[in-house]
Design a protein around this ligand. Structure first.
Ligand SMILES: *Cc1c(COP(=O)(O)O)cnc(C)c1O
Length: 378
């Protein structure tokens, strides 16, 4: 009988989270923008070489801030993949923006940079590259298009912390970038995120939007003598307990990433024969992209086989998941977005992709996962 259940995800704790939370408690500063927030933000600024990093409640919140900073107005168009999480679109739709969905590349499943230009109109304000699975989009081409048309690039790097493109950290290449620290990501704080600002023009206003539309940050630095309402904004900053938790995680970011890469490689090598015999396709990582091993996915030949594999693995207590319902095909997206073309690769990925469990500790189960998966397909 099978008693060990292998979950799809299991949050990893370094062991120092509670210690730092206790320190935050002792410090007596529990609202946002305290010592731990500053430690995390400094680490992010050094790690990504960006002008400014601001912690947020989530990547969703960071994307909402980016949409305000990009000055998205009703009717403005924002180019993005349909194969992504809903927040990529929602943040812009909240400001009246219209998502324009472009297909993804068959290799990396990232936005197909060769299809972006045809989707640009006079109303296009921004391109949102999503670095799927922590593997970089073709950023040189995307930045070149953005420059030629004078539009902004906001990287949805929710899955991209510790990954690079031509040596540059994801989230630091566009005008702005966003990270997620949701518990399903590599570096976590339960819920959490960050906005990275590369373009210095946006730094001052970002702090104001972050602090409910006030100049509170400038006031505390002694740069202004009154603290008052000067712009739109919201409460986007997390409290110190979250920042303390996150600090324990980012201290171990290198080790966590290394471990994930090793687990990824074990899957990748073991599944090579199945790819060779045409049973599945493995992820593609272009040579200019260094991955953070956020996920290990496989592409199966069709929806029927994908669903069969999920059921078979579940019977062996191995939990795997698929995603995304493409945004252009969702009840809300159908009415509020526009398709740049037929999006055939998006449809294929939505039907054929399967994510395997990848978390620190799954190593002891990896051979079983590989054996059971192989048994389903042979
Ligand atoms: C996880 C994720 C988000 C949302 O992150 P939250 O921190 O949960 O708001 C946005 N975009 C992508 C591509 C994601 O994977």
């Amino acid at each position: 009988m099978n008693v060990i259940s292998i979950p799809f995800n299991k949050p990893y704790m370094t062991g120092r989270e509670l210690w730092y939370i206790a320190q935050a408690h002792t410090n007596g500063h529990l609202s946002g923008n305290g010592i731990f927030t500053k430690k995390c933000q400094s680490w992010l600024e050094v790690q990504t070489k960006t002008q400014k990093a601001l912690l947020t409640h989530s990547c969703t919140a960071a994307l909402e801030m980016a949409a305000i900073l990009a000055n998205i107005q009703p009717g403005d168009e924002v180019i993005m993949p349909s194969y992504t999480f809903v927040s990529t679109a929602n943040a812009f739709v909240l400001r009246g923006g219209i998502p324009v969905f472009v297909d993804i590349r068959p290799d990396t499943l990232n936005i197909d940079e060769t299809k972006i230009e045809a989707a640009i109109t006079a109303k296009t304000k921004a391109i949102i590259p999503v670095h799927y699975a922590g593997v970089a989009c073709e950023m040189d081409s995307i930045m070149d298009i953005a420059q030629r048309y004078d539009i902004l690039v906001i990287e949805d790097a929710a899955q991209g912390i510790m990954s690079t493109y031509k040596g540059r950290p994801l989230g630091s290449i566009g005008h702005m970038g966003t990270y997620s620290f949701h518990e399903t990501k590599n570096i976590i704080s339960g819920e959490g995120g960050a906005l990275l600002i590369n373009d210095v023009r946006f730094v001052e206003r970002a702090e104001i939007i972050w602090e409910k539309g006030t100049n509170r940050s400038q006031f505390f630095r002694g740069q202004v003598d009154k603290y008052t309402w000067i712009d739109i904004g919201s409460s986007y900053l997390p409290g110190e307990v979250i920042a303390a938790f996150l600090f324990a995680q980012i201290e171990e970011a290198d080790q966590i990433t290394q471990k994930r890469r090793e687990i990824w490689s074990v899957f990748h090598q073991a599944l090579a024969p199945l790819e060779k015999s045409g049973k599945l396709r493995r992820p593609v990582v272009p040579p200019e992209c260094e991955k953070n091993a956020h996920m290990y996915y496989i592409l199966l030949p069709n929806l029927t086989i994908r669903n069969h594999v999920i059921e078979q693995l579940k019977a062996s207590d191995i939990h795997t998941v698929f995603h995304y319902v493409p945004l252009h095909d969702s009840p809300f997206g159908k009415n509020h977005g526009r398709m740049a073309d037929d999006l055939p690769v998006t449809r294929m990925a939505s039907n054929c992709l399967l994510r395997l469990p990848l978390w620190l500790g799954v190593e002891v189960h990896q051979q079983k996962i590989i054996n059971e998966l192989t048994a389903c397909l042979i």
